[in-house]
Design a protein. Structure first.
Length: 396
């Protein structure tokens, strides 16, 4: 591509004073930084936080927010909100067309309101600790359609926002609107993916009526353990899926073995143990699931090398498999089966502790102990953690 400047086209940068040119280049550098972050990160809120931080600095504003359009309810909600009153207003929703932010979402045009007191759309602040004097509001668009709104409040060291401020915000708005739209598409795909995982997990439980709820409980216990061990949000998401699918290979176990109301004999035990290999084979056929394969295949391995299917030892066992092993064993011991009653909680805890360093990873048992000591190893605690991590996400 020929990028040689046309000698007959004036270079507008030459018309700018050096100080203004330097400032303009700084704007473009900030925009480029945000673009790189958007291209390399799936954590949209983190990138939007960074964008608002840059916007506040460039336009010297006290605080800022990004609203997202909810098409189903025809209103806007806070996607990211900053400042000392953020906690008080985070759950606020504004109908499209109402207020200043709703008006901009409806019109698709940026607005500067430098005196909120004379604008009839302004209904005052919800918190007495903050007073909004001036607002700069810019729509965020994707494919020509408004998907959100960005706002800056109260210019610092001056009374009003300027047209230059609005122009800078339009530059920022360009990539952010598309980022929000991409996040929506990604969320929809993720929902479909989790629905598929849920169907697979439920298919196993429907074949074995004696283990109803086992998969859900193993997911919750695994998340409690992983969170206690300091796993990141991304690692916890992978752990969630691996725990949900840890027994998917039991689809291939014959009913006479899977539903036998008595302990298994040696040959039957071998058939049952194949569920780890069969599960790994099923998971490995789905490209989106391959990253959770270690947790599915190796959750019956033992630290002392006496586990199955591969006889792995100590550090050879993936961390997610170690976590699922403790969660799976604890739930199995505390759940009644046709041939035995559930063990009391205290007895199951003692069994887990006794297996540290031989059957179970010591670091997982230490996390298990801390949860037990705080009385936090429970389905209710797991449900609360699940909601805090994944909101109202579907399935297990």
């Amino acid at each position: 591509m020929d990028v040689t400047p046309n000698p007959h086209t004036p270079d507008r940068r030459q018309d700018l004073p050096p100080r203004e040119l330097k400032k303009r280049l700084g704007d473009y550098e900030s925009l480029l930084e945000i673009g790189v972050e958007l291209a390399s990160s799936l954590d949209l809120n983190r990138v939007l936080e960074m964008a608002l931080d840059q916007a506040e600095k460039l336009c010297k504003a006290e605080t800022s927010s990004i609203w997202e359009v909810d098409d189903e309810h025809n209103d806007l909600f806070f996607r990211v909100v900053r400042g000392r009153v953020a906690a008080d207003i985070r759950n606020l929703r504004i109908p499209i067309g109402e207020g200043i932010v709703g008006s901009v979402a409806k019109s698709g045009d940026a607005e500067i309101v430098n005196d909120t007191g004379v604008d009839p759309r302004w209904h005052g602040d919800l918190s007495s600790t903050f007073q909004t004097r001036a607002i700069l509001t810019v729509p965020l668009k994707a494919h020509g359609r408004v998907v959100g709104v960005m706002q800056l409040l109260n210019p610092e060291g001056r009374d009003t926002f300027s047209n230059d401020d609005a122009e800078r915000m339009r530059l920022f708005a360009a990539p952010l609107g598309q980022a929000i739209q991409n996040a929506r598409l990604f969320s929809a795909l993720k929902t479909k993916f989790l629905e598929t995982v849920t169907v697979l997990a439920e298919a196993v439980e429907k074949r074995d009526p004696y283990t109803g709820g086992h998969v859900r409980r193993v997911v919750l216990y695994s998340l409690l353990l992983g969170h206690e061990m300091g796993l990141s949000q991304e690692e916890l998401e992978k752990l969630r899926i691996a725990a949900a699918l840890h027994d998917v290979g039991k689809i291939a176990v014959p009913d006479r073995v899977l539903r036998k109301p008595a302990p298994l004999d040696a040959d039957e035990a071998v058939m049952m143990q194949r569920h780890t290999v069969d599960g790994a084979d099923i998971v490995g056929r789905v490209p989106e699931l391959r990253e959770v394969l270690p947790g599915v295949r190796s959750h019956h391995e033992r630290i002392d090398g006496r586990g199955y299917p591969d006889g792995l030892r100590d550090g050879e066992i993936p961390r997610e498999a170690r976590i699922i092993a403790v969660a799976d064993t604890y739930d199995a011991m505390t759940t009644s089966r046709p041939y035995r009653d559930a063990l009391p909680h205290a007895v199951a805890v003692a069994e887990i502790r006794d297996g540290s360093g031989s059957q179970f990873g010591p670091e997982v048992v230490r996390a298990f102990d801390r949860l037990v000591d705080r009385k936090s190893l429970s389905v209710d605690a797991g449900e609360e953690l699940f909601r805090s991590l994944f909101g109202d996400s579907v399935g297990v």
